[in-house]
Every structure is written in structure tokens, then in C-alpha cells.
Design a protein around this ligand. Structure first.
Ligand SMILES: NC(=O)c1ccc[n+]([C@@H]2O[C@H](COP(=O)([O-])OP(=O)(O)OC[C@H]3O[C@@H](n4cnc5c(N)ncnc54)[C@H](O)[C@@H]3O)[C@@H](O)[C@H]2O)c1
Length: 250
């Protein structure tokens, strides 16, 4: 098993890509801390993992709130004494709007959940990973940061492009400490949130812009995240891995 005994934190793991990623790590022997704004959802994910024999704990936490995240990292270190992998997956957007209709509050909120969360959670684990002189951070960006993508929004695009820039800089900064930092840029992926964003006709329209003529499945994104967190990716640092069926070739 690729992650036997390793301690993995996944943000935004109540559902969608985060939940499937946590399940994939657990199948590979990892010990999981899953956090989400939806505390009941995080607990439900952790319970499902424990039912498969994995060690897992759920937390209600805002990944962009320093106090919440510090609380989770402290609890994880108390329990397992280390943090091997952080997956910064929390984020997303719920409403498609023209830029002139985006309110200040919405702009702040999307930047906060998709970009500030990546900084806040990374900052919280770095002292632990530096002490270990080892660690892996995998950030979830988006195809929209890699090229134009239809039916998305400019605040989300700005946040996810910020994730790519943050990934590169942090990789440069903490590479000497034995920590790698990479990103996955998923194409449109069939989670419940994304299904609700568009009509079936609009979803077919998006699929037509993708060379493989279909949307991604959450497990296909999870596999890329696990690769970047695994020993197989030991020399991959500062990269953004496109997982999008060829929709954008950056
Ligand atoms: N599904 C796609 O098509 C797609 C494509 C590209 C990128 N992504 C990215 O992948 C990630 C997961 O997307 P998804 O489709 O699974 O979304 P989702 O809505 O199904 O899951 C996201 C989870 O993150 C949680 N969350 C949001 N903000 C949070 C915060 N501040 N603190 C803690 N938890 C928070 C939500 O409560 C939710 O449970 C997001 O970052 C999204 O932007 C998704």
C-alpha cells in the first residue's frame, strides 16, 4: 500500500472530490483527518473510512480560518505526531455570473474559500513538515486557471490562478526542507455541485469542448492527487498536473 501509516489531511472532504480522495488514501493505508465547513459531512466521511478499517477523524473547520485550521493540525499532531500530506481541496463556486454582476462580498468569499484556504492550511502544516524534513502539499486548482473554460466565473478563475502561483512559489521556498508542493488542475468533474450548476444540455455542451467528449469522474482527480503525494512523484515539485481530458493543453 502506497500510504501505509502516513498521516493525510484533506480539506473540503465532506463530499465530492475531497471525499473520494480521502477514500482513495484510506484504501492505500493512510490515516486521515478530513475537515469541512459541513461538520456532519466530514464526520460522515470519516465514519465511512473507519468502517473500511482505516483510522480517520472528521472536523468541522473553515479551511480559511487560521484558528480552525490550527486546531485541526494540533489535534492531528497530538493523535498521530506527524502530518505527511496536506491536500488543499476546499473550494468551488455555486453561481455563474457575468463579472459586472459579481458583488464585493461574493468576490471576497470565492477568493477566501479557494485561495486564502490554501495559504492558511499550508502555513499551519509547514512547521510540522519542516521538523520532519518531509512533507507533501497538493493543491486543487482548476482548468479555468490554465486556459479559458466555458461556463465558469472570473472570481473563481482568479482564485484558481492564484493557487498555481502560490504552488510554484511555495515549492521554491520549501523544497530545501524536503517538502514538495504541487497542484492538480481538474477539468469539469461530475460532482453533485457541478451537476447542479448546469442543465443536462449545458453539461453536454461542455463535454463537446473536451477531446474525450465527457466530463471527469472524481476518482480520476483523486488518482492524480495520490500520485503527486506518493513516493513515485519524489522529484516532481512546483508542477500543475492537468487532468481534463485534453480540454486545455497548457
Ligand atoms: N468538480 C469540478 O468540476 C471541479 C473542477 C475544477 C476544480 N475543482 C475544485 O475541486 C475542489 C472540490 O470540488 P467539488 O466539485 O468536489 O466541490 P464540492 O462542493 O462537492 O466539495 C467541496 C467541499 O469543500 C467544502 N468547503 C468549501 N469551502 C470551504 C472552507 N472554507 N473550509 C472548509 N471546507 C470548505 C464544501 O463544504 C464542500 O464539502 C474545489 O476546490 C473545486 O474548485 C472542481
Amino acid at each position: 500500500m502506497r500510504f501505509e501509516g502516513r498521516v493525510v489531511i484533506v480539506t473540503g472532504a465532506a463530499r465530492g472530490i475531497g471525499a473520494v480522495t480521502a477514500e482513495a488514501f484510506a484504501r492505500e493505508g493512510a490515516r486521515l483527518a478530513v475537515l469541512d465547513l459541513d461538520g456532519a459531512g466530514a464526520d460522515a466521511t470519516a465514519k465511512r473510512l473507519r468502517e473500511t478499517g482505516a483510522e480517520a477523524v472528521g472536523f468541522r473547520a473553515d479551511a480559511a480560518a487560521p484558528g480552525d485550521v490550527r486546531g485541526v493540525v494540533d489535534a492531528v499532531v497530538d493523535r498521530w505526531q506527524r502530518v505527511d500530506v496536506l491536500v488543499n481541496n476546499a473550494g468551488g463556486f455555486a453561481t455563474i455570473r457575468a463579472t459586472e454582476d459579481i458583488t464585493d462580498a461574493e468576490w471576497e468569499s470565492i477568493l477566501r474559500s479557494n485561495l486564502t484556504s490554501v495559504f492558511v492550511a499550508s502555513r499551519a502544516v509547514l512547521p510540522v513538515m519542516k521538523r520532519q524534513r518531509a512533507g507533501r502539499i497538493v493543491n486543487v486548482s482548476s482548468v479555468v486557471a490554465r486556459g479559458g473554460a466555458v461556463r465558469v466565473t472570473s472570481h473563481y478563475a482568479a482564485a484558481k490562478a492564484g493557487v498555481v502561483g502560490f504552488t510554484r512559489h511555495l515549492a521554491l521556498e520549501v523544497g530545501p526542507d524536503g517538502i514538495t508542493v504541487n497542484a492538480v488542475a481538474p477539468g469539469t468533474t461530475m460532482t453533485e455541485r457541478v451537476k447542479a450548476l448546469r442543465t443536462p444540455e449545458q453539461t453536454r455542451e461542455v463535454a463537446q469542448t473536451i477531446p474525450v467528449r465527457r466530463l471527469g469522474e472524481p476518482m480520476e482527480i483523486a488518482e492524480a492527487i495520490l500520485f503527486l503525494a506518493s513516493d513515485a512523484a519524489s522529484f516532481v515539485n512546483g508542477a500543475t498536473l492537468d487532468v481534463n481530458g485534453g480540454q486545455v493543453m497548457a
